[in-house]
Structure formats: structure tokens, C-alpha cells
Design a binder for this molecule. Structure first.
Ligand code: HEM
Length: 481
């Protein structure tokens, strides 16, 4: 019998064809290689190694072994780490739509899921506009006197101290006060001490494995986070009518104008998130500043001369306080801060997540994997920063090459608080350097996480007065303002 087209076995053939296509597709997918690297132990991955080794060693060992792109597994997430400026730019800016800003779930829960860090689109730009407006140079230039008051108050407490001071703890007190003032306004806040204490507990669990077992650092941190939320809700309730100042005031006014736009829990998550982002980062960088200045006496001497010049100017002009313009007139101190941000790279990396399978330099970055641009590694590449381990502020006499300097990130999620952070550092350094000398206790070069990498023990120092004239006589006058 002649075969007719009608008797041809179409369904089985189509099925076989489909199976063949699927098979070829899977083979093609398998051929697309994952980057080299180690995924470490099951579940724990390389988390413990990352947070116990010196971060320079952790990243440089892997970069030497595997190159500019490698895989790893941290905080319960598979991830790809990348360390070329071009790749960082692609992930954070030019192809940001392929990499959404989600962090490991444990970190999101600690900071607050509605905080702007983890969002894109309309919600993110609404919040970002508000945060940028609250922390832009125009907005903060009027806060110099308030920041100075906080700095002077902190330093006056050192005047009669004879025992060693933990730099990190002191800098946390300072940066926390400034963060609270910027986030909540200058109104006296009775819950402030309670909030500070809860942040301390939260930080301790920030880099821990997300184990919901009572007694673990993560569990304690989550309890503190819940209590923080309750405190913030109370403050929001109290401020509902008379919104007040700071970022909170701006958010409450917006909530009043367009009720559907921001809920109380979104406001609370963002205030908690901004205070978190503002104080531990700045405190850690300040701690490194004291370490680098101590270890580089020539740099310290030159910075002291620059700051003495400013101090003389203030004295001539009838003992006035610092102004915004004074802080723009400290070129060497600014370069020292830039070099500290590079050298310490306290945010070694940030997190993004691939929203689809992405091909990059012949490797597959699978959908759902975290992608970590390694700021620290880029900042320590000798092609961009010759002799990268040397503390050399003069390298910033020339602008860095594009995308090789990202202490405040890059793209839509870059830091809106960079100017405030620099202002805080300049004001504190001015008064610290013109008033005190300090000596670091212990020579160890080890680091610890608190929660960002800082010198071991938080940099214990001994301070002594430089000269006889007390700058603290003017404190009472500042406190009245
Ligand atoms: C020296 C101190 C600081 C450093 C090194 C730092 C660093 C960074 C970096 C690298 C990012 C980008 C993260 C990413 O792309 O995922 C970031 C974002 C952010 N920072 Fe800072 N920061 C500092 C101080 C501050 C301060 C004082 C504030 C207070 C306003 C602040 C608020 C924020 C916020 C709200 C974001 C999220 C922005 C967004 O997602 O659009 N930071 N910071």
C-alpha cells in the first residue's frame, strides 16, 4: 500500500523532534560554563572563611587562582564574584535591569524588606528622591554647626580619660548621633539610647548564618530588629501631626499629602535602614582614618598643618565655628579621606541578583544567583592604583580612571549619604587633630568585622592633649544652638 501523507506518523515524530530539541537545549546549557571557583561546604559555603579571614587575602587568593570572575557560596546563596571595572559597571549601571538589587534574605530581613536598597522602579525612585533631597550638599550645608556640636561633645569626654579608648566604639557614638539627627531631625528623642542599644545587637548578627535557633547571633539580631520596629512605630505615631525635621519629617509630610504612597511600615524600614547605612559605615571609615594617620606620621603632620591653618582662621574671626566653606578648604584632608575609603574599602562588595541567565565573558551567571561586584579588589588592583597596599593620598591629586573608584557604589543605587559622611569626617578630624595626639595600642595588623572590617579590637588608642588651650570652652555655647 502506498503511504499517504494522511497515514504518516506525525504525532510520534513531532514528539521525538521536541525531545531532541529539549536534549540539544540542555546540552547547550550545560556547555555554557559556570565560572571557576569553590562553593565550599554544603549550606555554609565559604561564609565562615569570608568573615574570619582578612578580606584582602580572601579575595586576592581567589582572584589569583581563578581570575576576574569566580563563583562562591555565602550566607546561604550561590554567587558569582566579579572584579573588573567594566563588569562592575555593567552590573551596577549599564545593564542594571538584568541584575536586581536583592541581598541575601537574612540581610534584607535585618535591614527591613521595604528599605530602598532592595527595590527598583517607581517605589525606589520615590524614596531615593526623598533621601537625596535630605542629604544633598544644599540640604546639609546648614547642619555643619549641629555636626560640630556632636563632634565637640564626643571629644570633650576624652579630655580626662587616662585608660585606652576603643576608637570604633567612640566613632559609632558620634556617627550614630549624626545619623539620628539627620534621620529624625534635631528634636530631642527620649528613645534614642534604647535605639542605639538595639542597633548594637542588630550589628552582631549582620554577618551571621541565618539560623532561626534561640541563642544564635541571627536570632538575637532579629529580636532586636523587631524591637527597633516597635520603637520607630511609636515615634511615627507621635510625629503624625507635627511631622518635624529630618528624613522622617519629609516622609511623614509626603504620607500626609498622598496617603496611598507610603505606609508606616515602609517609613519605619527606611528610617531603620538609613540609620544603619549611615552610622556603621562612617564609624568604620573614621576608625581606619585614625589608624592610617597614626601609621603615616608624615601625612598626619601635613594634615595637622592644614587643620591648624583653618583653626587660626576661626580664631581670628572671633572664635566662630566651622562653616561649610571651611570644610571645602581642606584639600589634603579630603585626599586622605579618599585614600582611606580606597584602602579600607569597608564595603568590600555589594549584592545584586541575576533576573535571567546572563552570559558574561563566556561564562553563565544563572538566573537567581547573586552577583557581587568586588569594590575592594578593584581598589587594590595595581594597574589602577600602583603599589596598592601603600597609603598614599597623593594618588588622588589626579582623578581615578572611570569605574575604578567606587567606595560609594555606582549607578541608580549609589550612596545618597556620601556628602554627609565626608562632612562628618572632616568636622571630626579638624577638632581631633587640632586638640589631641593618639597612639595605637598593639601593633597587630589583623582585622575584625563590626559589622564592617575594622582593625582588631576596634583600634584601642591612648589620647593626650596637644596644647593647653581648650576648645571645649565653646561647647556650652554650641549646645545652646
Ligand atoms: C563612609 C560612609 C559610607 C559608605 C562607605 C557608604 C557606601 C555605600 C555604598 C557602596 C552604597 C551602594 C550599595 C549598593 O549599590 O548596593 C550605599 C548605598 C546607600 N547608602 Fe551609603 N555609605 C556611607 C554612608 C552613608 C550615609 C551617611 C548615609 C545616610 C544617608 C547612607 C545611606 C545610604 C543609602 C540609603 C543607600 C541605598 C541607596 C539606594 O539603594 O538607592 N550611606 N552606601
Amino acid at each position: 500500500m502506498q503511504h499517504s501523507i494522511f497515514f504518516f506518523p506525525w504525532p510520534p515524530l513531532a514528539l521525538a523532534g521536541l525531545l531532541l530539541l529539549l536534549f540539544l537545549h540542555r546540552r547547550w546549557q550545560c556547555n555554557r560554563r559556570l565560572p571557576p571557583g569553590s562553593m565550599g561546604w554544603p549550606y555554609i559555603g565559604e561564609t565562615l572563611k569570608l568573615y574570619t579571614q582578612h578580606p584582602n587575602a580572601f579575595f586576592s587568593i581567589r582572584r589569583k587562582r581563578y581570575g576576574n570572575i569566580f563563583k562562591s557560596h555565602i550566607l546561604g546563596c550561590p554567587c558569582v564574584m566579579i572584579s573588573s571595572p567594566e563588569a562592575a559597571k555593567m552590573v551596577l549601571a549599564s545593564k542594571a535591569h538584568l541584575f536586581k538589587p536583592t541581598y541575601p534574605q537574612s540581610k534584607e530581613r535585618m535591614i527591613g524588606p521595604a528599605a530602598l536598597f532592595f527595590h527598583q522602579g517607581h517605589y525606589h525612585s520615590l524614596l531615593k528622591r526623598m533621601v537625596v533631597a535630605s542629604f544633598s550638599p544644599t540640604a546639609i550645608r546648614g547642619s555643619v554647626a549641629a555636626v560640630e556640636t556632636i563632634a565637640l561633645r564626643l571629644l570633650s569626654n576624652w579630655e580626662h580619660v587616662i585608660h585606652p579608648i576603643c576608637t570604633l566604639q567612640e566613632m559609632k557614638k558620634y556617627a550614630f548621633e549624626v545619623a539620628m539627627m539627620s534621620a529624625l531631625g534635631s528634636e530631642a528623642e527620649p528613645l534614642k539610647e534604647g535605639i542605639r542599644c538595639l542597633y548594637g545587637k542588630l550589628e552582631k548578627g549582620y554577618n551571621s548564618m541565618p539560623l532561626e535557633i534561640p541563642g544564635t547571633p541571627f536570632h538575637k539580631a532579629m529580636k532586636a530588629r523587631k524591637a527597633l520596629d516597635e520603637m520607630l512605630r511609636k515615634i511615627i505615631e507621635k510625629r503624625r501631626e507635627n511631622c518635624g525635621g529630618g528624613l522622617l519629617g519629609n516622609m511623614l509630610r509626603l504620607q500626609k499629602q498622598k496617603e496611598e504612597e507610603l505606609s508606616d511600615s515602609q517609613i519605619a524600614d527606611n528610617i531603620i535602614g538609613v540609620i544603619f547605612a549611615a552610622h556603621d559605615t562612617t564609624a568604620s571609615v573614621l576608625t581606619w582614618l585614625l589608624k592610617y594617620l597614626h601609621d603615616n606620621p608624615n601625612v598626619l603632620q601635613a594634615v595637622a598643618a592644614e587643620q591648624e591653618g583653618i583653626r587660626r582662621k576661626l580664631q581670628v574671626e572671633e572664635e566662630r565655628g566651622l562653616t561649610w566653606d571651611d570644610t571645602r578648604d581642606m584639600p589634603l584632608t579630603i585626599r586622605v579621606i579618599q585614600e582611606t575609603l580606597r584602602s579600607a574599602s569597608i564595603l568590600s562588595f555589594t549584592f545584586r541578583e541575576a533576573v535571567e541567565d546572563v552570559e558574561f565573558q563566556g561564562y553563565l551567571i544563572p538566573k537567581g544567583w547573586k552577583v557581587l561586584p568586588l569594590f575592594r579588589t578593584i581598589h587594590h588592583t595595581s594597574d589602577f592604583y600602583p603599589n596598592p597596599d601603600k597609603f598614599d593620598p597623593s594618588r588622588f591629586e589626579v582623578s581615578p580612571r572611570p569605574n575604578t573608584y567606587m567606595p560609594f557604589g555606582n549607578g541608580l543605587h549609589s550612596c545618597p549619604g556620601s556628602e554627609l559622611a565626608k562632612l562628618e569626617m572632616l568636622v571630626l578630624l579638624h577638632h581631633l587633630i587640632t586638640t589631641y595626639r593618639w597612639r595605637v595600642i598593639g601593633e597587630e595588623d589583623a582585622i575584625q568585622y563590626g559589622p564592617f572590617p575594622v582593625p582588631k579590637g576596634g583600634l584601642p588608642i591612648r589620647v593626650t592633649r596637644r596644647g593647653k588651650n581648650s576648645i571645649f570652652s565653646s561647647i556650652n555655647q554650641y549646645n545652646k544652638n
